[in-house]
Design a protein around this ligand. Structure first.
Ligand SMILES: [Zn+2]
Length: 105
C-alpha cells in the first residue's frame, strides 16, 4: 500500500509563520501536489465565482441607485404630463406611476 502524498502548499500558522498543509494531495499542477483547497485551479475558480457574485450584486445596487436618483425627476415629469394632457393612455400611465411612487414613500 502506497503512502499518501501530502499537499505542497504552505499555510499560515496565524503567528506570521507558515507550515506545510497537512492534507493529502489530490491533484498535481506543474509538478507540485495540492489538496482540493490549495489547488491553484480550484482557488482561481472560487475567486472568479466570488468576484462574479460580487459584481452581480454591485450591478444590482448601482441600477437601484440610478433609479432612485432619477425617481424625483421622473415623478415631476409625470406630474407635468398629468397636469397638461388630455386624458389618454399616457395620462393614465402617469397617474398610475404617480400613485405608485407616492404609495412607496
Ligand atoms: Zn493543502
Amino acid at each position: 500500500m502506497s503512502a499518501k502524498i501530502g499537499c505542497d502548499a504552505r499555510v499560515s500558522d496565524g503567528m506570521f509563520r507558515s507550515r506545510a498543509c497537512t492534507r493529502a494531495a489530490s491533484v498535481v499542477r506543474d509538478g507540485s501536489h495540492y489538496c482540493k483547497q490549495h489547488d491553484p485551479v480550484a482557488k482561481e475558480a472560487r475567486r472568479d465565482a466570488t468576484q462574479s457574485a460580487w459584481r452581480a450584486e454591485w450591478n444590482v445596487k448601482m441600477a437601484r441607485r440610478r433609479i432612485e436618483m432619477a425617481a424625483p425627476d421622473l415623478l415631476a415629469a409625470c406630474e407635468l404630463v398629468a397636469a397638461s394632457s388630455m386624458r389618454n393612455e399616457a395620462y393614465d400611465a402617469c397617474i398610475a406611476a404617480i400613485a405608485k411612487a407616492k404609495a412607496a414613500k
